[in-house]
Design a binder for this molecule. Structure first.
Ligand code: ASP
Length: 572
């Protein structure tokens, strides 16, 4: 039986007898007449009880009702008097004159009421109350819709939903693993998957050709507002496909989803990783910021009298700069200098540019050539901010973002960009090569050449307004090439055989070329709904310390359980 959606009840229902079930949202006793709101996930409607007396003539004692009691009510829909129409709710024109009701369950006085703002601990401890609020219900419905559209989309294109193991071996997404001790092989551990990466590649080797899955992934990382220890990935993989095929498949889904959520999505910009780093100082360019791009002014100041710049350049640093339009007060400039320091930039030089004039405390140290070159590089008026220490492009990119947001230089809407061709490797702090994406990403060019360390990769990340919504790549599908990548990364033969032997086997026995992509489902949902935190789209999230106040997980277990697993805790 389909339940009647409360929010669909309008004046067209006048005099109709209906039955509804839900929670008492609020009660207003006007002596003789009692009003209450009935709420369930489909909306809210005003109930009217003719008499609040003991026997109200509607099958029970309406005065006994309290907020969050669970009830079933019957009655007829009536138009509200003109002066009591509530324009704020969809059912505001009508009310339900209750003829009978049943209390299905009572409720103790609540620690807080649905929709009330309370701290994280309390909200998560009583998450079932928090979830009852219309906002949270809307979020859960949105996640369901998002997953439904995704399933339908992939299924229509012939992708198969193939579940992959949760109890598995450590995978190399780079985060810490969650481990599960084995009872049957004491001293050994499963790892919960950080992503289904290797299994989806094995499915390609198996001939599945088109795979997708909406699945949980686990990463034991320090948490931020856009991270949770477990999250949902919309994961896909395709055989015999080029980057462009995968990007098109992904993009069509993204467009479908945004349209379903009534958002306009302009076509995605295609940007090489190198350009993103040079113009935005980041591989997640925020194209919604309406301010000048970064520029490299190293050459202008290489031989300058202004030693702050020239000696920094001599040490091998680059000078990154951008122009932020508009007037800056002295205080705003000082704040920007403070921001730069906090970001870790040793210092910040600002230069006011108005017409032909450049003004700043150190301008007298600039030669005419330097001044002219600056004017040419940054057309328009505003303030040029420049930094020359550390990773100056990353730091100035961050500062650019901070200043643009502070000054409200953000355009409305969504600005998608595909960031493609990231380097295959980067050097870690010990000078060893590590994969920028993951070690299974296919190189552009010859991995056996002398330039292997500086090759780019067949990678593509989808970034919307500065946030990575998902990423993927074409994979290496030949064992020799995969081994070469492991070797370049300094992974010994023993180690890669032990860790990835099964993958090398699969690549050795006729694996087709393939590639794929994965979205962070919650991050996408947060964007669609205009929310700040992924906690708002996860039914039962954890706190910042990866703790669940609702169930108290993680928790101690009995000695017997530990014994069975052959484990001892450190304090035993
Ligand atoms: N497995 C990758 C990740 O989780 C995504 C992909 O390359 O498909 O980041």
């Amino acid at each position: 039986m389909e339940a009647l959606s409360i929010n669909s009840i309008n004046a067209g229902y006048e005099n109709r007898d209906i039955e509804l079930s839900g929670w008492i949202d609020s009660i207003r006793d006007h002596g003789g007449v009692m009003f209450a709101d009935l709420r369930n996930r489909s909306g809210k409607i005003q109930l009217v009880f003719d008499s609040s007396g003991k026997d109200s003539g509607c099958g029970g004692d309406a005065a006994a009702l309290r907020a969050e009691f669970v009830v079933r009510v019957r009655g007829s829909v009536a138009r509200r008097p003109e002066d009591s129409v509530n324009k704020k709710i969809p059912t505001g024109e009508v009310e339900l004159k209750v003829s009978s009701f049943e209390i299905l369950n009572g409720a103790l006085p609540l620690p807080f009421y649905p929709g009330e703002k309370v701290g994280d601990e309390a909200a998560l401890k009583y998450r079932f109350l928090d979830l009852r609020s219309p906002d949270m219900m809307r979020n859960l419905e949105a996640v369901d819709r998002l997953m439904r559209i995704t399933r339908e989309y992939f299924s229509q294109l012939g992708f198969w939903d193939v579940p992959t193991p949760m109890l598995t071996k450590s995978t190399p997404e780079g985060a810490r693993d969650y481990l599960v001790p084995s009872r049957t092989k004491p001293g050994s551990f499963f790892a919960l998957p950080q992503s289904p990466q290797l299994f989806k590649q094995l499915l390609m080797a198996s001939g599945v050709e088109r795979y997708y899955q909406i699945t949980r992934c686990f990463r034991d990382e320090d948490l931020r507002s856009d991270r949770q220890p477990e999250f949902t990935q919309i994961d896909m993989e395709m055989s015999f496909a080029a980057s462009s095929d995968i990007m098109e498949t992904v993009w069509n889904l993204v467009e479908k989803i945004f349209t379903a959520f009534e958002h306009k999505l302009p076509p995605a910009v295609l940007m090489k990783y190198e350009e993103a780093m040079a113009s935005y100082g980041s591989d997640k360019p925020d194209m919604s910021l309406d301010t000048g791009l970064l520029a490299d002014i190293t050459e202008i100041f290489r031989k300058s009298e202004f030693k702050v710049f020239s000696s920094s350049v001599e040490k091998g640093n680059k000078i990154a700069a951008f122009l932020c339009r508009g007037d800056f007060s002295r205080k705003e400039l000082d704040d920007a200098v403070e921001d730069a320091k906090k970001l870790g930039a040793g210092g910040l030089v600002w230069i006011k540019k108005g017409g032909e004039e450049l003004k700043c405390p150190v301008a007298k140290l600039f030669s005419d050539d330097e001044k002219n070159a600056l004017k040419e590089k940054f057309p328009g008026d505003g303030v040029i901010f420049a930094g020359s220490t550390g990773d100056s492009f990353a730091l100035m990119g961050e500062l650019r973002k901070i200043l643009a947001l502070r000054r409200g230089l953000k355009k409305e809407g969504f600005f998608p960009v595909w960031v493609v061709e990231a380097p295959l490797f980067e050097k870690n702090s010990e000078g060893r090569l590590q994969a920028v994406h993951h070690p299974f990403t296919a190189p552009i060019g010859d991995i056996f050449s002398d330039e292997a360390a500086s090759l780019k990769s067949h990678s593509y990340d989808l970034v919307i307004n500065g946030e990575e919504i998902g990423g993927g790549s074409i994979r290496i599908h030949k064992a020799r090439e995969q081994i070469r990548v492991f070797e370049l990364m300094g992974i010994s033969g023993n180690e890669y055989r032990e860790k990835f032997g099964f993958l090398l086997d699969a690549l050795s026995y006729g694996c087709p070329p393939h590639g794929g992509f994965a979205f962070g489902m919650e991050r996408l949902a947060v964007k669609l709904l205009g929310l700040d935190s992924i906690k708002d789209v996860i039914a039962f999230p954890k706190t910042q310390n990866a703790f669940c106040p609702l169930t108290h997980a993680p928790d101690v277990v009995s000695k017997r359980q530990l014994r069975e697993l052959g484990l001892k805790t450190a304090d035993e």
